[in-house]
Design a protein around this ligand. Structure first.
Ligand SMILES: [Zn+2]
Length: 377
């Protein structure tokens, strides 16, 4: 069934320009909408930490019941998310083909607002509700990463930011490390005495050509798209004295991720030693993996909410990360909720309206099901 309120709000918000670091126009609108629903809204100081203009919005509505529930989605979008003109065709929304649609993640924002309107409007007793609209999610989960977790009391959260139909929940995601190797060789005249040099470019090539990468195993991947080498001058008559390898590794299992990071370090060192080159390997934890089992309270509530609406309950673990990675690492059981979008991050992005409207109902059902399990204060 068509939900004109959600539809209109989606059009309003996707036609409000936004980008990572420039979420302020959306934030102003969302602050007003949340205040109208009785929330106390604050903006944290995360924005300037990344050179952005806007912080995370954290909105709290104290409840009549014991317990707290977090609902979250993100305000930024990938480029090009300016001047979006949505077009509806056969129950599906698209952009006009020149931009993304920004259903990732405005559909999530709208699902949460709809769920709040339905449940708060019903007048039923509710737990404390914590709504977090983050910034810079598309830039490695930046906003969630720097937000102060102590402002949240919830131990269960739902992140409305996943592709697929209503009733699909993302109960796990890989962790990720950023890997870098800087190689230092020794320059020499390429014509007169190449054997006196230590070739950084060749060392880099040997490292990459013998490195286990791509699909490492069924749940572990790696990718090294940035390779650079050169010499101090622009000449090609000098043996290369520096090179750089930059990439990432992901795994759904923390131990396998750490094992790969260690393998990368050892492999780089071994090949560099063979060439007599110096090497500096740096490995940086970007986010940690998580997996939530079906027995967890967050999943039990999700399944019950689906049953209430007659939606098929489905779980999936994808290859990408979302703000849930950050919250789970901090001890909150946090799962992703699909809102009907597909082909996000492309100009072919689309939103199936029936699933979108149902994700609003699903948000209300999650709040109600959570409330049913809370005691009166
Ligand atoms: Zn997203």
């Amino acid at each position: 069934m068509r939900n004109q309120r959600m539809y209109d709000e989606f059009l309003e918000l996707v036609q409000t320009d936004s980008a990572s670091g420039k979420e302020d126009a959306i934030a102003v609108k969302l602050t007003r909408k949340l205040e109208e629903l009785g929330f106390t809204v604050t903006m944290d100081d995360a924005g300037p930490k990344f050179g952005g203009v806007c912080g995370n919005l954290i909105a709290v509505r104290e409840g009549e019941l014991e317990g707290a529930l977090m609902l979250s989605s993100h305000m930024d979008r990938v480029p090009n998310g300016f001047g979006i003109k949505p077009v509806e065709k056969d129950g599906v929304l698209y952009s006009d083909g020149t931009t993304i649609l920004a259903a990732d993640d405005i559909s999530g924002v709208c699902a949460i607002l709809e769920g709040l309107r339905c449940t708060i409007g019903s007048g039923r007793p509710l737990p404390r509700l914590e709504v977090v609209f983050t910034i810079q999610e598309e830039l490695c989960l930046g906003g969630a990463k720097v937000m102060d977790p102590s402002v949240l009391k919830a131990h269960v959260g739902y992140i409305f930011d996943s592709p697929g139909g209503a009733g699909r929940f993302i109960n796990g995601a890989p962790g990720r490390y950023i890997l870098k190797a800087e190689i230092t060789g020794k320059p020499a005249h390429a014509g007169n005495a190449p054997e006196k040099g230590i070739d950084a470019a060749k060392t880099m090539a040997d490292i990459i050509s013998t490195l286990k990468q791509g699909r490492v195993d069924e749940i572990t991947t790696s990718n090294f798209p940035h390779l650079e080498s050169g010499v101090g001058s622009a000449n090609i008559n000098v043996v290369s004295d520096h090179a750089l390898i930059e990439g990432e590794a992901r795994s759904r299992d923390l131990q396998r991720l750490l094992d790969y990071v260690e393998y990368f370090r050892a492999h780089c060192q071994k090949v560099a030693d063979e060439h007599g080159a110096k090497i500096k390997v740096t490995t940086e934890e970007n986010f940690l993996p998580f997996l939530i089992t079906e027995e967890d309270e967050s999943m039990v509530i999700a399944k019950a909410a689906c049953d209430k609406l007659g939606l098929p309950f489905e779980t999936a673990v994808l290859g990408g990360a979302f703000d849930g990675n950050i919250h789970n690492a901090r001890g909150m059981a946090c799962i992703g909720v699909a809102t009907g979008y597909a082909k996000n991050h492309t100009t072919e992005e689309q939103l199936t309206l029936e699933d979108f409207f149902r994700s609003g109902q699903l948000c209300a059902a999650l709040i109600e099901t959570f409330a049913d399990r809370c005691k009166a204060q």
